[in-house]
Write a protein that binds this ligand. Structure first.
Ligand code: MV4
Length: 498
């Protein structure tokens, strides 16, 4: 096993990785920018190295500085976490050529799966279902017209180099096609320096369900089942679950989607952790979308339900050890739900809300897991994604997990900055959520029907604020209040109303 590993990330995921390293007796090296001098991950690591100013382009994205830090601290391996350099094939290649182990797949696998059109070709050739559409660029307009007509409108234009919804354009009729191709191409050129766009049939109101895969360097591959990630806002996941409530009632889907994900992974020579994303239509047909060649934000829900530690497994795989179990050994028990706790304002278009955390009361107790990257007194920088923590719960059933999450959210209070804890309380009580009526348009519809301060009159808003200040009742919390409502609860509510 490695003696020392550098963590090339920040925030909650860096903390998660440092914890895994500590458990395995591996020394950890943190890297940090100017904005993160006092960050939790720096405090928890055994060693730390400053790598530059706050902007990530000058710090967490600097391949040269990170490799220098690994070398000067004698780290034998680098874990990239998610985001930043985690899916950068050049970084993985640079690690490979300097003799540092990149804890992830080979640079070759990252490259093969990085282009969406290349990944589509690979998946199709491997025998996995892909969304009907093209693989070649839609540059020839006559060809694009013929393809779209054959697929049937509406169609979707997507950037080959895109991902995460950037550079996507829906085309409802043939008359819109020409200008849409032009617009999508120039947008793709600006965003990705690659103007290539291709055409897919539109899957209406799909679910987003993804399969976790794990492979070792000896060609063994297993899947760890699915995560339901349909609750998203502007292509940012908000709540994730394992199992998918849809797969829970159609268990044959897990084996079928798992087999498809493994075909793709095998065709890419994949090792370490990866995730195959699928769209699922209303007839339960599934289509491969893209492969994420990293550990994902939402990995804890898979860990809670399978009982496996994905980061420990990543470390063993990176060292060349074989997977310590077979597909048949994987079991799924109970239900896990994760909420992404953000420093953002749900009552003001989810604008980021950086600043100094005053009070912090964190949930705990049975079945509660909090992956947090913050502490009271710390200032959440404006320079990065404002994810404060991930709150995940496990229980025997989905219904009891929802109850447990509501209980944990009620224990959670953050003051000094705005956050989305109250927003989650509303979602988890929503009838459609409880009934598992989930699709990628859920949040948009939920926001319209959600009882919100914004839709109230000024007088009602002021009344709600006064009531909350005096702890008469929560602004959006209609449960009867007990006389002994805790101080933390009132602090939390006040924090949300600031
Ligand atoms: C689609 C689609 C419908 N049909 N492709 C958005 C992110 C990118 N990874 C793919 N996305 C979509 N591709 C076809 N052919 C709908 C979406 C989509 C979506 C997908 C997953 C999760 C949330 C989404 C929200 C809006 C649209």
């Amino acid at each position: 096993m490695f003696r020392k590993v550098l963590v090339a990330n920040r925030g909650e995921i860096a903390v998660r990785l440092i914890r895994a390293l500590r458990e395995s007796g591996i020394q950890s090296v943190a890297v940090f920018s100017d904005a993160d001098r006092r960050a939790l991950h720096v405090r928890l690591a055994d060693e730390a190295e400053h790598i530059g100013p706050a902007p990530s382009s000058e710090s967490y994205l600097r391949i040269d500085r990170i490799l220098e830090a690994a070398s000067s601290h004698q780290a034998e391996a680098i874990h990239p976490g998610y985001g930043f350099l985690s899916e950068n094939a050049d970084f993985a290649a640079a690690c490979e050529s300097t003799g540092v182990t990149f804890i992830g797949p080979s640079s070759d696998s990252i490259r093969k799966l990085g282009s969406k059109t290349q990944a589509r070709i690979l998946a199709r050739q491997a025998g996995a279902p892909v969304v009907p559409g093209t693989e070649e660029p839609a540059t020839n307009l006559d060809h694009a017209r013929a393809v779209a007509r054959q697929l049937g409108y509406p169609v979707l234009l997507k950037a080959a180099a895109g991902g995460g919804g950037k550079g996507m354009r829906r085309v409802n009729t043939e008359s819109e096609l020409e200008s849409a191709v032009r617009d999508a191409s120039s947008e793709a050129e600006r965003a990705f320096k690659n103007s290539e766009v291709y055409i897919e049939k539109v899957i209406e109101n799909p679910r987003h369900i993804e399969i976790q895969v794990l492979g070792d360097k000896h060609g063994n591959l297993v899947h760890l089942g699915e995560r339901e990630c349909s609750i998203q806002r502007r292509h940012q996941k908000v709540i994730e679950e394992c199992p998918s409530p849809l797969v829970a009632v159609h268990p044959e889907m897990r084996a079928a989607m798992g087999a498809a994900a493994l075909k793709i992974a095998r065709a890419a020579g994949y090792y370490n952790a990866g995730t195959a994303e699928f769209l699922v239509d209303s007839n339960r047909n599934f289509y491969f979308l893209e492969m994420n060649t990293r550990l994902q934000v939402e990995h804890p829900v898979t860990e809670l339900v399978t009982g496996l530690d994905l980061v420990q497994l990543q470390l063993r795989i990176a060292c060349g050890e074989p997977l310590p179990f077979h597909q048949d050994d994987v079991r799924w028990r109970g239900s896990a739900i994760e909420c992404r706790i953000y420093a953002e304002d749900p009552d003001n278009q989810f604008l980021p809300s950086p600043g100094t955390i005053q009070q912090l009361s964190e949930p705990g107790g049975p079945g509660v897991r909090l992956d947090s990257g913050v502490y009271p007194g710390w200032t959440v920088p404006i320079d990065y994604d404002p994810l404060l923590a991930k709150l995940a719960v496990w229980s025997e059933s989905r219904a009891s997990s929802i109850g447990r999450m509501l209980r944990a959210l009620d224990e959670y209070a953050v003051t000094g900055i705005r956050n989305n804890i109250g927003f989650f309380r509303d979602i988890l009580r929503d009838e459609c959520f409880v009934d598992a009526y989930l699709h990628t348009g859920f949040i948009e519809e939920f926001i319209k029907r959600r009882p919100s301060l914004e839709s109230d009159s000024d007088v009602e808003q002021i009344a709600a604020l006064v009531a909350a200040k005096h702890n008469l009742n929560g602004a959006r919390d209609t449960r009867p209040q007990t006389a002994e409502a805790s101080r933390w609860q009132s602090l939390g509510r006040r924090g949300q109303l600031r």
